[in-house]
Write a protein that binds this ligand. Structure first.
Ligand SMILES: Cc1cc2nc3c(=O)[nH]c(=O)nc-3n(C[C@H](O)[C@H](O)[C@H](O)COP(=O)(O)OP(=O)(O)OC[C@H]3O[C@@H](n4cnc5c(N)ncnc54)[C@H](O)[C@@H]3O)c2cc1C
Length: 306
């Protein structure tokens, strides 16, 4: 890993946040694939003021930064990440009902907790998210979805925080596509999502719970149970399923090192032991190549490479 932060910069960075900065800790512990080399500085911020001061420091010192949510959609390089890897702490985990149909969620709260909170409050819409292990912030960036639902359909506003402090972005200024927040690039490097507001539909809590259970059952049947993965590795091409295309190439069980195409779901690349990012990248290349050869389809990766 390239080192960017001098010891003086490290001392200054630590003065900006209450939590101890973790230096050169392996990110494998913070990703669902259990893969990833060290982060030069892993910085946890607890409020927008801390976040703003770290972003200002990063700009002044020309230090690159990234924001890691639950790490359930990223493949982190074996060499690790130079600069600052930010995480949102417990201060960003609030779940709050506002009025009849609105819910405000801190960006670090996780989708299963949000989904359950909505169910308990008789608010329907986010049942599909009960089994997605990401953070609310990460779910917006990826426009997470399942069973015909997607986050974008329910978001009414984003709370953002940058160097200048907090700001709100209404839904009218948000553009989403399949598994993508189209404005993510515009904001990347400037702000983090710190909270998300949803307007939901009122419904009977028991009916909502039944739908959640049905989705969970479908997930248990169709996806590798307890496997170490980043969920679906490739996006579904229009009108088709990446899993079906990979499966018909006979690739279930294909391995590179400890990275394997899951025998339970061909679009899940799983780490069955000590897989490296290089193993996963090579396996993904083989899968893409085989699908292109057999079906003439170029699979687009859903999982982000860091
Ligand atoms: C077992 C399993 C099942 C899954 N099932 C599904 C599914 O059904 N549907 C689906 O869509 N996905 C699924 N996923 C993928 C993943 O959970 C989602 O994409 C999730 O939304 C990613 O959230 P995260 O917090 O883990 O984001 P990360 O992986 O940490 O980050 C993803 C991107 O979001 C950015 N980001 C994260 N938080 C913020 C923030 N607060 N502000 C700004 N940028 C941020 C990161 O910088 C990065 O660019 C699954 C994953 C697993 C492991």
């Amino acid at each position: 890993m390239k080192v960017i932060l001098s010891s003086q910069m490290r001392r200054e960075l630590q003065t900006l946040v209450a939590q101890p900065v973790a230096w050169e800790v392996p990110l494998a512990a913070h990703t669902s694939l259990r893969i990833g080399g060290p982060a030069e500085a892993l910085v946890t911020v607890e409020d927008c003021a801390e976040l703003a001061s770290v972003l200002s420091f990063a700009r002044r010192q020309a230090v690159p930064w990234r924001l890691l949510g639950k790490g359930s959609n990223v493949l982190v390089a074996d060499d690790g990440l130079a600069g600052i890897t930010l995480m949102l702490g417990g201060g960003f985990r609030r779940l709050e009902k506002i009025g009849d149909r609105e819910v405000a969620a801190g960006a670090a709260s996780v989708l299963p907790a949000l989904s359950r909170f909505c169910q308990e409050n008789g608010l329907s819409g986010l049942e599909f998210a009960a089994g997605i292990p990401g953070s609310v912030g990460g779910a917006v960036v990826m426009n997470a979805g399942a069973f015909g639902g997607q986050i974008a359909a329910w978001v009414s506003a984003l709370e953002l925080c940058g160097e200048d402090g907090p700001r709100m972005l209404p839904a009218s200024e948000l553009r989403f596509a399949y598994r993508a927040w189209l404005d993510a690039e515009k904001w990347r490097g400037q702000v983090a999502i710190t909270g998300v507001h949803f307007i939901l539909r009122q419904d009977d809590p028991a009916a909502i719970a039944a739908r959640m259970e049905e989705y969970q059952r479908a997930r248990r049947l169709g996806q590798p149970h307890g496997a170490t993965s980043a969920g679906s590795f490739f996006k579904n091409p229009p009108g088709d399923s990446a899993g079906r295309l990979i499966d018909t190439c006979g690739l279930k069980g294909l391995r590179v090192g400890d990275a394997m195409v899951s025998p339970a779901h061909a679009n899940f690349l799983v780490n069955i032991g000590q897989a490296t990012a290089a193993d996963v990248r090579e396996l993904a290349r083989l899968v893409r190549e085989a699908v292109h050869r057999r079906h003439g389809v170029d699979l687009e990766q859903e999982v982000e490479e860091w």
